[in-house]
Design a binder for this molecule. Structure first.
Ligand code: GLN
Length: 248
């Protein structure tokens, strides 16, 4: 394999890490190591001034409204860098609170948090919170995407903006449109915690192969034995669709 080290920047792990989102880092690390790809997980803390020059994948997890308020200024202070990274094809994955901050704004009652405006979307608050298991059909992988959502936010995509997938079970962006998340260039925004990647190896590999292609010109990934992961994924999907899981 290549001698290039794939750098994964984990933004503000101490603030944005709901429902095991940091497990996505372990998944990136192991799936690259198992293939002999050198990988560095680089934590970016609120006091740091991150540079995205040598970053291949950036990850922003979910957080409470309070935590989002704390990080939004930090994110905006490097907004131009993140925009250049994204426009240059950098892989950016953002979950729930992180996803909401990719858009223009997040409106909580009278209070508005400004977002990065990387993607044409905005989020406002609704009642009740949208909580529970979720299953999505996404064009990014050939298995269903399964996970967990818990958000008051209702995210509205701009005209012509592509969602991450179609909701098969659960709520998604706003509980009405039947769409979940967003796709833009190599940006994936989603409400899916779980954590997302260990439960959905196809999504992990989609992100890794795109990062590898940008870094080395080659996107090929050695197949891994995902028997256990796919069995767990499929079992959960079947149980949910059969109505066997009682939601809170
Ligand atoms: N605070 C946001 C909301 O409730 C995001 C929550 C989350 O990341 N799970 O909509």
């Amino acid at each position: 394999m290549s001698s290039k080290t794939i750098v994964v920047a984990h933004l503000f792990p101490e603030l944005l890490n709901l429902y095991g989102d940091s497990g996505n880092m372990l998944c990136f690390k192991k799936r690259m190591e198992w293939r002999g790809i050198q990988v560095e997980i680089r934590e970016v803390h609120p006091g740091d001034t991150p540079s995205f020059n040598d970053v291949d994948i950036a990850f922003i997890g979910g957080g409470s409204d309070r935590e989002q308020k704390i990080v939004c200024d930090k994110l905006l202070s490097v907004g131009n860098e993140i925009t250049s990274f994204v426009e240059d094809g950098g892989v950016l994955m953002a979950v729930c609170g992180g996803y909401q901050l990719l858009g223009h704004s997040y409106l909580m009652g009278n209070e508005e948090i400004r977002g990065l405006s990387l993607v044409d979307l905005y989020t406002d608050h609704g009642d009740p919170r949208l909580i529970g298991n979720i299953v999505v059909d996404s064009p990014l992988c050939d298995h269903k995407v399964v996970g967990y959502e818990n958000h008051a936010g209702r995210t509205h995509l701009g005209e012509g903006v592509t969602p991450f997938g179609k909701v098969v079970y659960g709520h998604g962006n706003d509980g009405n449109t039947g769409y979940e998340g967003v796709l833009y260039k190599n940006v994936i925004g989603t409400y899916i915690h779980g954590p997302l990647l260990p439960k959905n190896p196809g999504i992990a590999d989609y992100a890794i192969s795109h990062a590898l292609e940008r870094a080395t010109g080659k996107s090929y990934l050695e197949p891994l034995d995902d028997t256990a992961e796919l069995l767990a994924n499929n079992t959960m999907v079947k149980r949910l669709l059969a109505g066997e899981v009682e939601e809170a």
